[in-house]
Design a protein around this ligand. Structure first.
Ligand code: NAP
Length: 495
């Protein structure tokens, strides 16, 4: 082989993939390709088209710092608005010509001899010096393994694969799950369904959603005087950062949030039985805090039932709960979340010595700064292990990671290096400290959540302020990595 075809291959064209591509272009790098499994950009905001889909991080923070949008219509962006924003970004930054749509990643193998990746998709095979995984932290729908689920003969779909051709009007509908997706779509489905059964395994803490439309005056100001928009964004940013005090530094502080959530239940739920059913038994913040004004009212509609008995089995046209009750349904909507850990894509990425990411992560996902993994040279993850947030905007983390990756790529170029790999001891020490910090966090106070690997290790979340992550990525130490001009043996890369 002479040179690989591409310097950089990016998987995915959501916030992460687009951000990486923009950074590359800013640096004058044009020899990159984006492989996208769908037919459009947008990632999670293209996929999650269920009725009521919106973000629970405010618009001015949940958008690129370098591509502000003074015209956000509301405090919290809706899915159509975010999707349109990302489509516009792809066009404005001239990224579309770099994207190969309908290319699903099937396998990525590191070629040690040539220090490059061979990437096979559903349509082609390419070689690339480096590989950036911008495939998203919550992109692979998880379906429940409930007995008999495969026998169901009615309509089924996952919240992130909404079937707009199926009309729910007047139908008997069941929703399984009561997480962030369910609390948004249930109030909408309740408006049209004949009967809606909501199956709850664990209640979530909810606080009011302080949403509102921006006034014309605000939008004009944000556009005419960008400093006002920046001030607004900064106020939102620091307001959210303050939550870290309770989540990581002193979980007892979360009691304030819990009082707000308890009051929310008392105000919106009159029936004592329902109150008890929707009140969680864990400290607020342990699972993701949800925000909604219409979830509790929806549960009290005449055509809606909250079912808290465990599901025993699913039959051809019904669901049977542990108490033996059988409820007939026409449609079954899974709001059962995503593979935030144990993402199947980890089986498709093979590094040194034939080891896949899934092999390396059998005891829980690990990386250095959520971005590089020992044993996987020239591979960069975005929204990798322990970069998720329980309190603020993932777009901030994505920007920090894209900048780090860009710096590492620049360093490779400056040193005439063809291979970069994080040192084993650096990654191990970093993760040891990370887990020590997480052990005292709110997420470790005794609940089950998608933040954790099945062995209980918290592998999804960053335990700190987002500016700490930003500082870590800006001030990274070059010595933490081994750079080599020619492929090295695994021994050379250890500390
Ligand atoms: P989720 O929060 O993981 O919720 C999944 C739900 O399904 C939980 O209630 C879970 O119960 C239940 N469940 C899973 N398997 C089950 C089974 N076998 N039987 C019964 N119930 C089962 O998933 P999500 O609602 O899709 O949200 C995932 C994440 O996406 C959110 O936390 C958030 O980060 C993001 N999101 C954000 C927004 C937003 O910004 N507004 C909207 C949607 C999603 P248990 O709690 O008992 O496990």
């Amino acid at each position: 082989m002479t040179q690989p075809q591409f310097d950089v291959t990016i998987i995915g064209s959501g916030f992460a993939g687009l951000c990486m591509a923009i950074r590359l272009k800013e640096q004058g790098q044009d020899n990159f390709v984006i492989l996208e499994r769908a037919q459009d950009v947008g990632g999670t905001w293209r996929d999650n088209q269920y009725p009521g889909a919106a973000c629970d991080v405010p618009s001015h923070l949940y958008s690129f710092s370098f591509a502000p949008n003074p015209a956000w219509s509301r405090k919290y962006p809706t899915q159509p608005e975010l999707y349109a924003y990302l489509r516009r970004i792809a066009k404005d930054y001239d990224l579309l010509r770099h994207i190969r749509f309908d290319h699903t990643l099937e396998a990525a193998d590191y070629d040690e001899q040539h220090a490059c990746w061979t990437v096979r998709t559903s349509q082609s095979s390419i070689t690339s010096r480096t590989l950036v995984m911008g495939n998203g932290g919550l992109a692979e729908p998880k379906l429940p393994d409930i007995a008999g689920v495969e026998r169901f003969k009615g309509k089924t779909f996952h919240s992130s694969r909404w079937d707009h051709d199926y009309d729910l009007t007047g139908k008997r509908v069941a929703v399984i799950g009561t997480g962030a997706s369910a609390i948004q779509l249930v109030p909408e489905v309740a408006k049209v369904a004949g009967q809606l059964d909501v199956y709850q395994r664990t209640p979530n803490w909810l606080i009011p959603r302080p949403d509102r439309a921006y006034t014309g005056l605000e939008k004009t100001l944000f556009k005419a005087l960008p400093a006002t928009r920046r001030l607004h964004r900064n106020a939102i940013y620091w307001g959210h950062e303050a939550r870290v005090m309770g989540m990581v530094l002193n979980p007892a502080l979360m009691k304030v949030f819990q009082k707000v959530a308890e009051l929310h239940i008392r105000r919106q739920v009159k029936d004592p039985v329902l109150r008890e059913q929707v009140t969680p038994d864990y400290t607020i913040g342990c699972k993701r805090i949800l925000i909604s004004n219409d979830w509790y009212p929806a549960l009290q509609q005449d055509n809606v039932s909250l079912i808290t008995d465990g599901i025993r089995e699913i039959r051809e046209h019904s669901i049977v709960t542990a108490d033996g009750t059988e409820r007939d349904i026409d449609a079954l909507i899974f709001c059962t979340g995503f593979y935030a850990t144990e993402n199947p894509i980890a089986h498709a990425v093979t590094g040194r010595d034939g080891q896949t990411l899934a092999d390396a992560w059998v005891d829980g996902e690990e990386a250095y700064l959520g971005t590089t993994v020992h044993g996987f040279p020239n591979l960069f993850l975005m929204i990798g292990p322990n970069t998720g947030l329980g309190h603020s905007s993932m777009v901030f983390m994505i920007e920090s990671q894209a900048e780090l990756i860009q710096r590492l790529l620049n360093d490779m170029q400056q040193q005439g290096s063809e291979e970069i790999e994080v040192r084993e001891a650096v990654q191990a020490g970093y993760n040891r400290r990370l887990q020590e910090r997480l052990a005292g966090s709110i997420w470790a106070t005794g609940c089950d959540s998608w933040y954790k690997h099945k062995n209980g290790k918290i592998t999804a979340l960053w335990p700190g302020f987002t500016f700490q992550f930003w500082l870590r990525t800006r001030r990274y130490r070059r010595d933490d990595y081994s750079f080599s001009a020619v492929p090295v043996s695994p021994k050379t890369a250890t500390a």
